[in-house]
Design a protein around this ligand. Structure first.
Ligand SMILES: [Zn+2]
Length: 148
């Protein structure tokens, strides 16, 4: 599961591209396409898609309740961008979003294998920069920014 941060007023367009599924050739199509072309729905605005746990960490770093869906109204975007700037400049603010990678269980342990991906400070910093691009687009286009 994931959250996508998206300006609500952004429009989408469909873009046709050659199918890039391995082994998809004339006479042996992949099953995802009929004719060697795939159609992607592309947002005109920047968006940011994060795994649920990563999105929750980012929201907490910004002082937001880490709920599964929400929205910054246009008049809240300036404050949200200030919080992003603060988080980008203070490692302690980003700290709540960090997570160590871990692995447990697996063959011979009697437990199923569980792998938890980490979330490093560099990754959190990068996602904050990309979220700021989404928020800036919302400000420039009078568009709320939602996550869901
Ligand atoms: Zn294909």
């Amino acid at each position: 599961m994931s959250f996508t941060f998206t300006p609500t007023n952004a429009s989408y367009k469909e873009v046709n591209e050659p199918c890039d599924f391995p082994g998809c050739v004339d006479g042996n199509r992949c099953g995802y396409c009929d004719d060697g072309e795939q159609t992607d729905r592309v947002c005109e605005a920047p968006t940011l898609n994060l795994a649920n746990s990563n999105a929750r960490g980012i929201l907490m770093a910004l002082g937001k309740e880490p709920v599964e869906s929400g929205q910054w109204e246009v008049n809240e975007l300036g404050d949200a961008r200030q919080r992003v700037l603060l988080a980008k400049n203070k490692a302690a603010v980003r700290g709540c979003a960090l997570r160590d990678a871990s692995e447990s269980g697996g063959p011979g342990t009697g437990q199923c294998k569980v792998i938890v991906g980490g979330y490093t400070d560099a990754q959190v910093f990068d996602r904050l920069c990309r979220l700021d691009d989404v928020l800036a687009w919302g400000q420039e286009h009078d568009s709320p920014v939602q996550w869901a």
